[in-house]
Write a protein that binds this ligand. Structure first.
Ligand SMILES: Nc1ncnc2c1ncn2[C@@H]1O[C@H](COP(=O)(O)OP(=O)(O)O)[C@@H](O)[C@H]1O
Ligand SMILES: [Mg+2]
Length: 243
């Protein structure tokens, strides 16, 4: 049976889909058979974030109409064979997601549910940015997840800028976890190349650490402050003050 992990947020744009794809690629790279279910019925974009926007693919809407099997609605990444993505664009009945997952979850080690089928998950993860509106919404969201019966709730702090943390402009991931009283699963650095479809090495490394944490491999937590200590860090901080 696959471990099913729900990822969500109340506020839009915190990076739920990006986190699912980054983590999915990292898990797949570690040999874990991983399925991402993109639950956005109006504009599922996990395929685009994974660099597969131009590929023709069956979606869950075809499965709903009976035009394909659940397995066919899961598109295998050509460069990461352990990763499949199943977009929900156009489905009319949300219960279709649950039945499709049930049909094929045996083929995977991990199913990452991007704002889909929260009720069937083993672990629920709220994705938050380190900014105040996002934190307020993450607090409400994690409380709602616990009230809704989720037994294991954690947070991922995304878009964390080491320079801002070092300057005290935003809270660190650990401070956010303490404030929200929710265990920290991972911190992902701000990566200004992501909106253009690229992934910095440091971002890939942060997702690798997150994947190791999930699979129970021993590793140090990724630290966005790493480049901001010592002499180089001092120069970096000073330069930042001047810009
Ligand atoms: N770590 C990050 N650093 C910088 N930009 C990011 C990061 N994660 C996501 N983004 C950007 O934020 C925007 C929203 O991301 P997305 O994953 O679509 O959010 P959601 O699924 O929560 O709506 C996108 O433009 C994406 O490239
Ligand atoms: Mg999304």
């Amino acid at each position: 049976m696959a471990e099913k992990i729900y990822f969500g947020s109340l506020k839009g744009g915190t990076g739920v889909t990006t986190v699912c794809v980054g983590l999915g690629l990292a898990l797949a790279d570690s040999g874990e058979r991983t399925l991402i279910v993109d639950g956005d019925v109006t504009a599922a974009c996990a395929m685009t974030v994974a660099g597969l926007g131009d590929y023709q693919v069956y979606t869950l809407a075809d499965y709903e109409k009976g035009a394909c099997r659940a397995k066919q609605a899961a598109f295998t990444h050509p460069k990461a064979q352990n990763l499949s993505i199943m977009p929900a664009t156009g489905i009319k009945d949300l219960s279709v997601i649950k039945s499709a997952v049930k049909e094929i979850e045996g083929l995977y080690d991990y199913v990452l549910l991007d704002k889909a089928a929260a009720e069937s998950c083993d672990l629920a993860v709220a994705v938050t940015e380190p900014y105040i509106p996002s934190l307020k919404s993450a607090g409400a969201f994690t409380a709602a997840l616990s009230d809704g019966g989720a037994k294991d709730v954690r947070i991922i702090v995304n878009k964390l800028n080491g320079g801002q943390v070092a300057a005290g402009e935003v809270l660190s991931a650990q401070q956010i976890s303490k404030l929200l009283r929710v265990p920290l699963l991972a911190q992902i650095p701000e990566d200004c190349t992501l909106p253009a479809g690229r992934w910095k090495q440091s971002t890939v490394a942060a997702f690798k650490v997150a994947a190791n944490t999930l699979t129970g491999k021993k590793c140090d937590m990724y630290d966005v402050l790493k480049g901001y200590s010592g002499f180089n860090g001092f120069i970096k901080r000073k330069l930042r003050e001047r810009i």
